[in-house]
Ligand binder design. Structure first.
Ligand code: URA
Length: 446
């Protein structure tokens, strides 16, 4: 049996690791037999030398097997689905998609993450609802899926322990941005959910991890291959992430916009993403004959209120008081009587007459992140009330002095530079640019 230093040397020198090598290494990580420095060295060797597709496949499988792998009743066979997004600004898709899929007959054990850097996290958004408990054991997830068909929860201690160790060390060793490591980390967790189908929303653009379509496609292909390799029907959408998704960014504000979407008043871009990703999943589970029927069923579930009903039931099952859940889902909710409103709001005005040709989502997200909407280190609290509302859409004509953005803030107040950064995020022109759809390409399993 090779020693861990031998395995590190092998990868360092650009050799391929065998299935046995990878299994040995992951077992040593999980059993805490590998020293932190050895794990860090192997991560850096992988970062430098990369991995062949067979190695990525084995890494993903062994990571998945490092902890509990969920199992579902036989009658759910073919119905258990989830999605993963590489992170965006104002990305509230999960809050609408999970209940919409449940309303269409799927089982959705959605395991989500927290926000890091400028991108928001679904768990932080949900925790702005008083009482919402994202900590659910596997037994509780099974129970909730039995009665409500969907839940949105955090990763349990038992799921993919090898990733917990490696992820923390990736941060500490500057090896976060390694395609094989990203693939293993994301897909092993999805594998442990024992999914039938998975859709990946891989974003590209100014406010995304990958700035150009080509590099996003490279990641998407690796993720799709690794998912399919585990027996999960896996597809991906490549979606633009330059501005914001919808008009609200920030935890409480995004919950409000999600609820409005579930009441049939959602913005077009959010609906495009929800119906495309949901439609792909319905197609991959053979619940519909083609993508357009899948899109239609998801859209009907959202517009017709069936998804809202599921969201209400999910909130109640995850700890929200019945009265609160009912009130949030009623037709004329006073959202701020339940969700916390920031102590201060400030409106920014258009500096000239013109047409809105661009809104820089990254610049906006960076400012509210610093004002407390996001965290810089794992474990830090976030201020759920901090965020912003865009008061204009792309292509809209606006007059000088008209408000275009409402900032919600508390302590710290925005500095002059931050206000300037927000103001510079708006570009006005003479004519509207032709509007491009958000989804540039799709990859569907054959
Ligand atoms: N999300 C994960 O879970 N892992 C990564 O490596 C990147 C995003």
């Amino acid at each position: 049996m090779p020693s861990i230093p031998e395995l590190i040397r092998k990868k360092r020198d650009g050799e391929q690791l065998t299935d046995e090598d990878i299994k040995l290494f992951i077992n040593a990580v999980t059993a805490k037999k590998a020293q932190q420095c050895q794990i860090g060295a192997m991560l850096m060797a992988i970062w430098l030398r990369g991995m062949q597709s067979g190695e990525i496949q084995t890494l993903t499988r062994e990571m998945m097997l490092s902890g509990e792998v969920m199992s579902w009743p036989n009658e759910w066979k073919g119905l258990v689905v989830d999605k993963h997004s590489t992170g965006g600004v104002g990305d509230k898709v999960s809050l609408v998609l999970a209940p919409a899929l449940a309303a269409c007959g799927c089982k959705v054990p959605m395991i989500s993450g927290r926000g890091l850097a400028h991108t928001g996290g679904t768990l932080d958004k949900l925790e702005s609802i008083p009482g919402f408990n994202i900590h659910q054991s596997s037994a509780q997830v099974l129970d909730i899926l039995g009665s409500v068909d969907c839940c949105i929860v955090g990763q349990t201690e038992m799921l993919v322990p090898a990733d917990r160790v490696m992820y923390a060390l990736r941060d500490a060793t500057s090896t976060v941005d390694s395609l094989p490591l990203i693939t293993g980390s994301i897909i092993s967790k999805k594998g442990a959910e024992s999914l039938s189908a998975l859709v990946l929303d891989v974003k590209f653009g100014r406010a995304a991890l990958y700035k150009d379509l080509q590099s996003a496609k490279e990641l998407a292909q690796l993720l799709v291959d690794a998912g399919n390799g585990l027996g999960i029907r896996t597809g991906a959408a490549l979606s633009r992430m330059d501005g914001t998704i919808g008009r609200c960014v920030g935890n409480s504000l995004e919950v409000m916009e999600s609820l409005e979407t579930l009441k049939g008043n959602g913005p077009g871009d959010l609906m495009e993403l929800v119906t495309t990703l949901g439609g792909m999943l319905l197609l991959m589970t053979d619940m519909v004959p083609d993508l357009s029927e899948g899109r239609k069923q998801i859209s009907d579930a959202v517009i017709g209120g069936a998804a809202l009903y599921k969201f209400q039931a999910m909130m109640e099952a995850q700890g929200v008081a019945n009265e609160t859940a009912r009130s949030l889902c009623s037709a004329h909710t006073d959202y701020f009587s339940i969700l916390r409103k920031s102590e201060h709001q400030m409106e920014l005005e258009a500096p000239a007459d013109g047409v809105v040709v661009d809104v820089d989502g990254l610049a906006l997200a960076q400012v509210i992140h610093k004002l407390g909407a996001g965290r810089s280190n794992v474990g830090e609290p976030v201020n759920h009330s901090v965020g912003l509302e865009l008061l204009v859409s792309l292509g809209q004509r606006i007059s000088k002095g008209a408000p275009w953005l409402r900032l919600h803030y508390e302590d710290p107040a925005p500095s002059r530079d931050q206000i300037l950064q927000l103001q510079n995020a708006l570009t006005l022109g003479h004519d509207a640019n032709p509007q491009q759809g958000l989804v540039a390409e799709m990859m569907l399993p054959r």
